[in-house]
Write a protein that binds this ligand. Structure first.
Ligand SMILES: Cc1cc2nc3c(=O)[nH]c(=O)nc-3n(C[C@H](O)[C@H](O)[C@H](O)COP(=O)(O)O)c2cc1C
Length: 337
């Protein structure tokens, strides 16, 4: 197969195999817990297909022992692959968990019929390199209700529910649970050490954590140990929290985590394409009792998968990724992982 794709201002001719490189680059731009990038990809002989695999060795052992968040990250990478295939002009033919005996083989993506990308798909494909995780206060303008409706619809299309938490008592409850989780994590030395190992040029760079984590209603993940060193709360501005949303699913199986990841990334890309960025606050979802409390008291029994704040900001930082050559192999070489 020989492909052409549009890159800003020029058409690029792709020799066999180059599409896989393009897809691996796109997939790698997905968010992942502490930038762990718990994935690898395989090209199925000369652009016949593309595989997404979980690299279980890269998950956070203490934060994410069951690999739920790592699979969500791979789901986000899968959504990027789908959008990149659409940008190339094909429909993706996606099979989730194609080999029942191999739970790390998360998805196979083939090239189906040729069809031009829709305006939304083009927007989302172009937003991939501009989407970055924000940590800190947002601008004062609320995210408009009509825009939140669009985001709800994008999540729903992927099998997840995006719920806005705006009632003051619910926001207070969620803020308390996030803070409790943050305190429990930091009281656990092994957990603290795991987090500290994630900070650096190959994980979360310190420049991406410029704000004290205590500046909004929801406690931020304290990557740099600021609360221990400088105390908190710190110049709190709750009015700049942005819009708090929880993404949830009716079930909590591996396929649901994959769907959550695709829903997450679809929401993040659509938001970024409209200059709305997101901050993550997933700490209470890493502790079973706190997650269960959110499930019963906030998400009507659905399983909470991701907690986000959404808002406008001009201050986001790009976080590095492993090069495509490190994450892309051939199907025949899968065994090496
Ligand atoms: C499932 C999941 C959970 C995450 N949880 C947090 C979090 O609690 N706090 C945080 O600051 N970032 C969190 N992140 C964002 C990652 O730190 C971020 O994606 C990674 O550092 C790469 O940066 P980028 O998103 O700017 O490309 C999470 C990402 C995912 C996919």
């Amino acid at each position: 197969m020989s492909l052409s794709y549009e890159s800003p201002g020029r058409a690029v001719h792709l020799a066999p195999g180059h599409a896989a490189l393009y897809l691996a680059r796109a997939a790698s731009l997905a968010p992942s817990p502490h930038n762990s990038q718990p994935w690898f990809f395989a090209e199925e002989g000369h652009d016949h297909g593309f595989e997404v695999h979980l690299d279980g060795g890269r998950r956070m052992i203490l934060t994410d022992p069951g690999g739920r968040q790592a699979v969500i990250a791979c789901g986000a990478a899968l959504l990027n692959v789908r959008m990149a295939v659409r940008h190339l002009g094909f429909r993706p033919a996606v099979e989730l968990l194609p080999e029942p005996g191999d739970s790390a083989f998360l998805a196979h993506v083939g090239y189906a019929a040729h069809a031009p990308a829709t305006p939304d798909e083009t927007l989302m494909a172009r937003a991939m390199p501009h989407r970055h995780t924000h940590r800190g206060p947002f601008g004062p303008d609320p995210v408009p209700d009509t825009f939140l409706d669009d985001l709800r619809e994008h999540a729903r299309a992927e099998g997840a529910v995006l719920q806005v938490i705006d009632a003051p008592e619910k926001l207070r409850l969620l803020a308390d649970l996030v803070r409790t989780a943050e305190e429990l994590h930091h009281a656990d030395r092994a957990h603290d050490a795991e987090l500290a190992r994630c900070v650096g040029p190959d994980g979360v760079p310190p420049r991406a954590c410029r704000h004290h984590p205590d500046r909004t209603l929801l406690a931020g993940r304290d990557y740099l140990g600021c609360v221990r060193r400088f105390g908190g709360p710190y110049r709190r501005c709750p009015g700049r929290t942005g819009t708090v949303v929880v993404l949830s699913t009716p079930h909590d199986r591996r396929a649901d985590w994959l769907r959550s990841g695709q829903a997450l990334q679809r929401v993040l890309l659509y938001a970024a394409a409209h200059q709305v960025m997101a901050a993550f606050h997933t700490q209470p979802l890493e502790l079973p009792t706190l997650r269960a409390e959110i499930q019963t008291r906030l998400t009507a029994g659905r399983f909470p998968q991701v907690i986000l704040r959404l808002g406008r900001t001009t201050q986001t930082w790009c976080t590095p990724r492993r090069p495509p050559a490190e994450v892309l192999g051939r199907d025949g070489l899968r065994a090496r992982w």
